[in-house]
Design a protein around this ligand. Structure first.
Ligand SMILES: Cc1ncc(COP(=O)(O)O)c(C=O)c1O
Length: 395
């Protein structure tokens, strides 16, 4: 892992240091131009297939509404979220266009979604019953996407339950309460395209589509692929791909390629300012538990973000950051509000900028490697104590 030496990147990030961010000593910079470029890059690779921009979980920590808008500007034609509340939040912000919400429990806000023209996913008869009831109550015909479990064993109707679900959905169509707008499923191992389960799931999806067609359903869109599927499994693209992590500029998996190899630019950059710089003697134990001990007289820098801000504790003695001109790793344990780095004999001052990830620094994928996790988790967990600054805003 190395720092990127690109002065233009540094210049762009200066704008992220708003007075609020400077005073806090940390900022999450969100580069909406990079997000747009990533959508365009993926669209280029997948030909004419439509893109659903997945903006659940606050757009993987990048900010729901600005990212949704930027994705639509870049040519995405759908937005996808997990919670119905997330879909409603998009509408509250004035975001138009097709939105799908796919995770709901009994008693979910179906009626609100129908009234706000939000598509909902249905995986079971109980959900279809509630959606029909909401359609009757509101007088609005529901747009549903029936979800088949083709092998992930997460949400979705099993092959055993699918015929009953599609038959009931067809009845609801004939009653005028429902339109089956989509049939869909989700892959378990798309990040490893050669995994036998991928072809098995595509075949299972074909069978589910055939059963739906036999029942008289003619969905507008069939969708199966996430980022990894879109980029690595062409036969899984169907009418629409659900694009999450690649849109945020991170790798969907080593077998698909690194972000750089895929022509993606990281959208999020986490940056901080040193809160303290001091010389300590050789043999000094650093941070709780003294899991790091200085090898020689050295300079320690204090970075004002910790696990209370979403820095994983697993980054102890390993989380990388660009500080005083080099990439260095966290010294010792991650605390709730702060971490320490060993700057050696480099010159540094309180207030100097360090780049934890993004831009000219290490990548969130580098952090994921250091922490034994995935880039998704690194970016999604950065919390609200770190102010966000949006670069490349057009509307
Ligand atoms: C159902 C579903 N589709 C698509 C995605 C997007 O996946 P990715 O971020 O790997 O593109 C997700 C995210 O986890 C998901 O849960």
């Amino acid at each position: 892992m190395s720092a990127r030496n690109d002065a233009t990147v540094e210049v762009a990030y200066a704008a992220a240091w708003t007075p609020e961010a400077r005073a806090r000593g940390a900022v999450v910079a969100i580069d909406l131009d990079a997000l747009r470029a990533n959508v365009a890059a993926v669209r280029e690779r997948i030909g004419g297939v439509d893109v659903m921009a997945v903006v659940k979980a606050d757009a993987y920590g990048h900010g729901l509404v600005p990212c949704a808008r930027a994705a639509l500007e870049a040519g995405a034609t759908w937005l996808g979220v997990a919670l119905l509340e997330e879909a409603l939040a998009l509408r509250d912000a004035g975001v138009a266009g097709r939105i799908l919400g796919w995770l709901a429990v009994p008693g979910a806000r179906w009626a609100d979604c129908l009234e706000r023209d939000i598509d909902v996913s249905v995986s079971a008869i109980w959900a279809l019953d509630e959606v029909r009831e909401a359609a009757r109550a509101t007088g609005v015909r529901a747009r549903v996407h029936l979800k088949a479990d083709t092998g992930l064993s997460r949400n979705g109707a099993t092959p055993h339950d699918w015929p009953e679900l599609v038959a009931a959905a067809r009845d609801a169509e004939l009653e005028g309460l429902v339109t089956v707008a989509g049939v869909w499923s989700h892959l378990a191992c798309a990040d490893v395209p050669t995994d036998p389960s991928v072809a098995e799931q595509v075949a299972a999806f074909e069978r589910a589509l055939a059963v739906a067609a036999d029942a008289g359903l003619h969905p507008e869109v069939r969708h199966l692929a996430n980022s990894a599927g879109a980029l690595g499994v062409p036969e899984a693209r169907y009418d629409l791909v659900r694009l999450g992590i690649a849109m945020y500029g991170l790798t969907p998996g080593d077998d698909i390629g690194t972000g750089d190899e895929l022509g993606l630019r990281p959208v999020m950059s986490l940056r901080a300012r040193l809160a303290s710089v001091k010389r300590v003697a050789a043999g000094s134990g650093v941070s709780y538990g003294h899991e790091y001990v200085t090898a020689s007289d050295t300079t320690l820098g204090l970075v004002p973000v910790g696990y209370g801000d979403g820095i994983p504790r697993a980054a102890r003695n390993g989380g990388p950051m660009l500080a005083a001109g080099s990439v260095r790793t966290i010294a010792g344990r991650v605390c709730m509000d702060q971490v320490v780095i060993d700057l050696g004999d480099s010159v540094a001052e309180p207030g100097d900028e360090v780049v934890l990830f993004g831009g000219e620094g290490p990548s969130a994928d580098d952090w994921a490697t250091a922490c034994g996790t995935i880039g998704y988790e690194i970016v999604t967990r950065i919390g609200p104590r770190v102010p966000r600054a949006y670069l490349g805003v057009t509307s």
